[in-house]
Design a protein around this ligand. Structure first.
Ligand code: ADP
Ligand code: ADP
Length: 238
């Protein structure tokens, strides 16, 4: 069974905007799936619905074999694993770090919210920082970091719960090309190492082809899938 499936999912904002209309899609375990399309075609909306950050207007979303997440009946899913669902991580386009907290404190946040103190959380926090190459920066503050490093902290914060599913909403769009390329490569390493499933929203054809094992191409007004491209994973996964 797929890790996640959306069936006939629609999302309207007021009477004016139909962001998604009858979206059917599946996310398979272990894949690196990109949602590609022009600005405004509903990619972010699809991701936010998957995360439980917003409610679909119609249709159903099933996660990890757990059906019954009908319109209006969902709850926030991102964060650590809890009864009924494995952990989901979310990386926003903006790093959204707390400026008053250190790198360590920022990455601690999802575990802290789940009631795990600094001491107990430390091994997981350091593991996440190592994955993104920031273990030497635990005591730094966001203002001391470059845009790329801030994004690495944001990724570490999403990884600290050891998510089965990692959702990323145009995470590198604001970065310069070189930084972006480095982060692309490091993200691929993380994906292979953790063996997790990634859904990655982008409007970059290059990025989607470079990173993904499968691409869903969206078209706008209303948002729907126009094409699917499977990329033969000559990619090694060891
Ligand atoms: P994308 O991520 O592909 O750029 P979005 O999912 O952000 O697209 O947006 C799809 C459409 O829905 C756009 O027309 C956008 O303006 C609209 N939209 C998104 N969020 C909201 C909202 N909270 N309220 C009203 N309209 C919204
Ligand atoms: P993206 O990163 O996909 O470009 P936006 O910057 O368009 O996203 O949207 C950022 C936030 O604003 C999101 O929470 C989105 O739901 C909301 N939003 C987007 N479009 C609108 C809109 N037309 N009216 C109200 N809120 C919107």
């Amino acid at each position: 069974a797929p890790l996640l499936s959306l069936a006939g999912v629609g999302k309207r904002f007021g009477n004016q905007v139909t962001a998604l209309d009858g979206l059917d899609m599946e996310v398979r375990r272990g894949e690196f799936l990109s949602l590609l399309g022009p600005s405004g075609c509903g990619k972010s909306t699809a991701l936010r619905l998957i995360a439980g950050l917003a409610e679909p207007t119609s249709g159903r979303i099933a996660f990890n074999g757990n059906d019954g997440l009908a319109a209006g009946k969902r709850r926030r899913l991102i964060g650590p694993a809890s009864a009924g669902h494995p952990a989901i991580g979310f990386v926003f386009q903006e790093p959204t770090l707390m400026p008053w907290a250190s790198v360590f404190g920022n990455v601690h946040l999802p575990l802290k919210l789940a009631g795990t103190g600094r001491r107990e959380a430390e091994p997981a926090i350091m593991e996440a920082l190592e994955l993104v190459g920031l273990d030497g920066f635990r005591d730094a503050y966001p203002r001391e970091l470059s845009g790329g490093m801030k994004m690495r902290v944001s990724i570490a914060r999403a990884l600290v719960t050891k998510p089965r599913l990692l959702l990323m909403d145009e995470p590198f769009a604001a970065l310069d090309e070189i930084t972006r390329f480095k982060l692309n490569n490091d993200l691929l390493q993380v994906w292979r190492q953790l063996n997790c499933t990634i859904v990655f929203v982008t409007h970059s054809v290059f990025e989607s082809v470079y990173l993904s094992t499968r691409i869903l191409v969206f078209r706008a007004r209303p948002g729907r899938i126009a094409a699917e491209l499977a990329i033969d994973p000559a990619l090694e996964r060891d």
